[in-house]
Design a protein. Structure first.
Length: 228
């Protein structure tokens, strides 16, 4: 029997045992401490604020402003500074508490598990199939989630934060990059990262409806208890 098959069998056995113990109410697991939940909602508010004000800045039109330009600048800058502080807090807290380990996909068979999870998201869930890799206290995220969250937190967000700080303090930007004004490539990277974040939020909210009920995953981020 392959390591991947043993991994799947162990997870399905854990799920069956949990179902027998908890009956029709399902399995409840406490996975999110209060500091993670507080960070999540504060982070969501700040990012949504920056998306709205950033849209107003990027597509400014005096006739149909989403947020008046000068006000959008002040709000965007303030939210950006707060986001830098919040992101720094999360990275440090992740390291200190050991929560960073949840964002590392666990072997064996990471690629195969990502493919299987993608298939479930695209087809299986609509056919009533069981979640292939349900949440456990040891692994809060499936391999696909872990890779995606790691990419967002440790690659996209640092780039977004760094380019945003350079915009806030343009005197530190290079005068020229790749033969063009130094701020232009930074603007492109900032815009691409912001677009990735906005796309991630839409996908994230949509996939959160795949719980036991549509509201189940959202309740988890409020109470800390996951149910499946």
């Amino acid at each position: 029997m392959t390591d991947e098959r043993r991994h799947d069998d162990r997870r399905h056995q854990e799920r069956r045992i949990g179902d027998r113990r908890s009956g029709s109410e399902g399995v409840r697991i406490y996975i999110l401490p209060g500091w993670v939940r507080a960070w999540h909602w504060t982070n969501a508010i700040l990012i949504l604020t920056m998306i709205v004000t950033g849209f107003s800045l990027h597509y400014a039109d005096a006739k149909i402003p989403v947020v008046e330009f000068s006000l959008a600048v002040r709000i965007h800058n303030t939210a950006g500074v707060l986001l830098v502080a919040l992101w720094s807090f999360f990275v440090i807290a992740n390291a200190v508490t050991g929560n960073w380990w949840q964002f590392v996909p666990k072997p064996p068979g990471i690629l195969e598990r990502c493919i299987k999870q993608t298939r479930y998201y695209m087809w299986g869930v609509f056919k009533g199939e069981h979640e292939p890799y349900p949440v456990t206290p040891e692994e809060n995220f499936n391999a696909l989630q872990a890779i995606t969250y790691w990419f967002m937190i440790y690659i996209v967000m640092p780039l977004l934060v760094l380019t945003g700080l350079i915009f806030l303090y343009p005197q530190y930007a290079p005068k020229e990059m790749f033969g063009v004004d130094g701020l232009f490539p930074i603007a492109v990277v900032h815009y691409v990262c912001a677009t990735i974040v906005a796309t991630f939020i839409v996908a994230h909210v949509y996939l959160c409806t795949f719980g036991k009920k549509i509201s189940t995953t959202f309740k988890t981020m409020i109470t800390g208890w996951h149910e499946h």
